[in-house]
Design a protein around this ligand. Structure first.
Ligand code: NAD
Ligand code: WQD
Length: 345
């Protein structure tokens, strides 16, 4: 009997790629999304890739009654992957209460409803941002590394939500959770039928690179080349979004069907770091397209370097990110070309 999974934020960047992998792994999927940062047309892309159009409910998870109606309508839901959140670091500094209400209340509504409707497990989208800037001796960073004080309300919602999950489950809630701490998800599905669609001027590096390569942006600024790194630019652990999606399928299978700790934590990255300059040069080599870029001042709030020790996920989840960086960056370019072809940007 196929298991049914609720994917919140399922028309978003990571949620849509995870929905594809869940369907291809044999799960039924119900997407809940309020379309605040994604478009309903994403369902078309999912259907074209998988041949299946997932059930979709346009619901705002801050509305507990509306959220409960989803559980009533789909009583077969056994597990949840909770992607839905606001995620723009800068915006969170301007609108902290919106972030706390959206990211924290939505989670609390789901957690309260889970035991009532027999939902056994929830996978939570966390972020390496909880580690802040690890000390040099703590790189690559493991799941047991100390957490640093969040540098933004957004990052704080991840820290708070991890704690809420832990406290609720240890109060005897009768559910389980796996917390996945993502590093930097990038790229797009190899079909270029789904990908990252940032609203407005992108904050993240890869969409800015591809939009500059496409001529949508005049010039990429590399924020700072005076860091204590080999080429002076920041280092991050860039993980292919499809590899990340596959980690969620492995985590869902574990939380539903295996004996696990009440709450488990996994770093989801490649285990290696690349500098901003390496990303730009690898993109140019992979695509044959030049990027107009310059060095500029450091960006406020950027940490210098972080990459993950992902051996825990490799061994316990039986999952590993294995797509070469050049292929990942080529997928991001193919997606940007598709957006141009379709007249989207
Ligand atoms: P995204 O914005 O593309 O997807 C989030 C989706 O949630 C959107 O479709 C949005 O419409 C929906 N949503 C937001 N608030 C909602 C609400 N109240 N009710 C219903 N739907 C709502 O973001 P993403 O990049 O796919 O990120 C997914 C998750 O992963 C987020 O929790 C984010 O914090 C986390 N994360 C992302 C990154 C990254 O770099 N993209 C890194 C680490 C963690
Ligand atoms: C990556 C690197 C920049 C843009 C953020 C959030 C994090 C998570 C992922 C949600 C940095 C450099 C970037 C540009 C640049 N989001 N850069 N020029 O900052 O590691 O993480 O997104 O959970 O919470 O903080 O990702 O893509 O913004 O930047 O030089 O125009 O690229 O300095 O070193 P970041 P990013």
């Amino acid at each position: 009997m196929k298991q049914t999974i609720l994917v919140t934020g399922g028309t978003g960047f990571i949620g849509s790629h995870t929905t594809v992998e869940l369907i291809e792994a044999g799960y039924n999927v119900v997407i809940v999304d309020n379309l605040s940062n994604s478009k309903i047309e994403v369902l078309d892309g999912i259907e074209k890739i998988t041949g299946v159009r997932p059930a979709f409910e346009q619901v705002d998870l801050r509305d507990k009654e509306a959220t409960e109606s989803v559980f009533r309508k789909y009583p077969a839901i056994e597990g949840i992957i909770h992607f839905a959140a606001s995620k723009a670091v800068g915006e969170s500094v301007q609108q902290p209460l919106m972030y706390y209400r959206n990211n924290v209340i939505s989670l609390i509504n789901l957690l309260e409803l889970m035991p009532e409707y027999g939902v056994k497990g929830i996978i939570f989208s966390s972020s390496c941002t909880v580690y802040g800037q690890p000390k040099p001796e703590h790189l690559p960073v493991t799941e047991s590394a100390p957490h640093q004080k969040a540098t933004s309300p957004y990052g704080n919602t991840k820290e708070i939500n991890e704690q809420i999950i832990y406290d609720y489950i240890h109060s005897g809630a009768g559910i389980k959770s796996i917390v996945l701490r993502y590093f930097n998800p990038i790229g797009a599905h190899p079909t270029a039928l789904i990908g990252e669609l940032p609203n407005g001027v992108p904050n993240n590096l890869i969409p800015y690179v591809t939009q500059t390569a496409m001529g949508i942006r005049e010039q990429l600024t590399i924020f700072g080349n005076d860091y204590n790194t080999p080429d002076g630019t920041c280092i991050r652990d860039y993980i292919y979004v499809v590899d990340l999606a596959k980690a969620h399928v492995a985590a869902m299978a574990r939380v539903l069907d295996k004996q696990t700790e009440p709450v488990e934590y996994f770093n989801i990255g490649t285990g290696s770091g690349n500098s901003t300059l390496e990303i730009v040069t690898t993109f140019e080599q992979a695509t044959g397209v030049k990027v107009n870029w310059k060095y500029g001042p450091r960006r406020e709030g950027d940490i210098e370097k972080i990459w993950g020790d992902c051996t825990h996920a490799n061994t316990v989840l039986g999952w590993k990110a294995d797509t070469p960086l050049a292929d990942v960056l080529a997928s991001a370019w193919k997606w940007q070309q598709k957006l141009r072809e379709d007249g989207v940007m």
